[in-house]
Design a binder for this molecule. Sequence first.
Ligand SMILES: C[S@@+](CC[C@H](N)C(=O)[O-])C[C@H]1O[C@@H](n2cnc3c(N)ncnc32)[C@H](O)[C@@H]1O
Length: 277
Amino acid sequence: MFLSADRIEFFQKEFNIARYQFQALKRLHNLSDGLVNKTVLEIGGSNLPRELILNDLECKKWVSVDVIPESHYALKKQTKHYQQEKVYSLKQAEKFISSESYIIFNGFAENIPNVLDNYFDVVFSVASFEHIGRLQLVVQKIFESLKIGGLLYSRFGPIFSCCTGHHINFQGFNENIPEFAHLLMRPFDLLKHLRNFYDLETASDIIYRIYFSERINRLFYEDYEACMALSSFNDFKCTPFGIQAVPMNTLAKLSEVYPWSSRFDAYGMEIVAHKTH
Ligand SMILES: C[S@@+](CC[C@H](N)C(=O)[O-])C[C@H]1O[C@@H](n2cnc3c(N)ncnc32)[C@H](O)[C@@H]1O
């Protein structure tokens, strides 16, 4: 059985764990027939508390690989968790991998060392793939880190090709950005529009985040399918979630600019992949 409603409420209150994280964990739990005694690698996340992982889910080992600069939002949002955990550099993976059953490595998943090859039963990733620029390499690292028979479960969004794919909603500026502006407007046209609401500094910052910063990868729905098709996984399924119908006239404009894409309605994607060889 997955966690009781009481336990979920406890972790939400005590550790600020979001509802979508439990949704993803529950799905993984169902897909992998529970996590008891499993060795799990988390990509792009390190905020699930060890009590949840080791006591409630009874994992044998949980290794997080996450990029955690001092300014990372999770350090402020999940204070209690990060106060009680030591964070090691991914460069020290070989030295510390065997030391504990719950371990956090700070570093880019692209740099996961070979010492972790064929190590994990499961790779779990939530709300991260849309942030990873060198995704093809990361998917390859994931493949290599899994044992044969191992499972990758990733659930992520908003994908850049959906109406909120710019991620600005998380900073509270969303209401002044026209729908699909990030796909249909050039940066300075949007800047001109934003100047009706914000000073130049704020408007420029929004433009930087939408079009230029490295915090999101700007891949479209079909790009993730292509990435998986190019990968070493030959057993995988990509499924959209959070479908939001796109108005006909907007869809016509999008289709004209991006004739190779048709999934502007998918907020996110779930990837389930097995390592069969
Ligand atoms: C939106 S956060 C999600 C964090 C956590 N999974 C959650 O749901 O709260 C995306 C995370 O991906 C991490 N990330 C981005 N690129 C990465 C990479 N190349 N390797 C490892 N982590 C990465 C970021 O540092 C950030 O912690």
